[in-house]
Design a protein around this ligand. Sequence first.
Ligand SMILES: C[S@@+](CC[C@H](N)C(=O)[O-])C[C@H]1O[C@@H](n2cnc3c(N)ncnc32)[C@H](O)[C@@H]1O
Length: 291
Amino acid sequence: MAGHATTFTDTSIDRVREYWNSRPCNLRHSPAPVGSREYFDQVEARKYLVEPHIPGFAEFPRWDGKRVLEIGCGLGTDTMNFARAGARITAVDLSSRSLELARQRAEVFGVQDRVTFIEADAERLSEFVEPAEYDLVYSFGVIHHTPHPDRVLEQIRKHFAGPRTTFKMMVYYRWAWKVFAIVLGEAHGAFWKLDQAVARSSEAQTGCPVTYTYTKDSVERLLNGSGFRVEDVFVDHIFPYRVPDYVKYRYVKAWPFSWLPAPAMRALEHRLGWHLCVTASCPGGEATRQA
Ligand SMILES: C[S@@+](CC[C@H](N)C(=O)[O-])C[C@H]1O[C@@H](n2cnc3c(N)ncnc32)[C@H](O)[C@@H]1O
């Protein structure tokens, strides 16, 4: 991977699957009984409280009546919002456990007719999902967790994107506050071990097998090299809460965020945020539209 000291290309997809099955993303976002309406409402409330930039980035209402392919839906928080906004959505994930809950969620909210869930490895997506040109291909916090991100992009370009497709993805930002905190804290300043240290601590559960990080330049190279054209890139999101309180569902800001005025915090997030949010078109897309 261009610009990376370490790659995770030797990591097996089975290890990645096992990790996400052992702890689906956002599983503990609510103390309510897992699978209940209350549980899913609280998962969504917490996700968008902590990551409030997501609805603006995803632009849910824009996809009313359109076809959306979501890669790596996890528990399906964004999936529900695409469906509620009126999109017809195909949502895939590697983790059967995440998909089980996402399916249950669609039923709880009565949108199961608008969502097709498919268990799939995005690196071989066309073996699982029928090729077609989608209006939006959306992937939030996923492509940096697969051993070969370039293969996912190649799959999208060849089988699911055409000249009218919008592609939106979030990948982790290499020069983020969180990266510095991990390297200075847990890796004791060993910058040469940055990639392994970040992978170990990037998620709520330690030991994620694959976590790449990207600069604005390296993400642009990755996308250009795969037939996409970057239309917009921004950096956002610093997690500001004290973890011991956060795990008890209390939202107490940690120093220095506790004393930073809101405009200064927003400026910091746009410089050193953890989420690199990219919108791209795909002039080289080969997918064809279905009737
Ligand atoms: C950090 S979670 C994000 C989930 C969801 N997009 C969200 O924002 O809550 C990463 C997800 O990517 C999925 N994933 C990782 N590699 C994948 C692959 N090769 N194919 C499909 N899904 C994958 C994992 O199973 C996991 O559910």
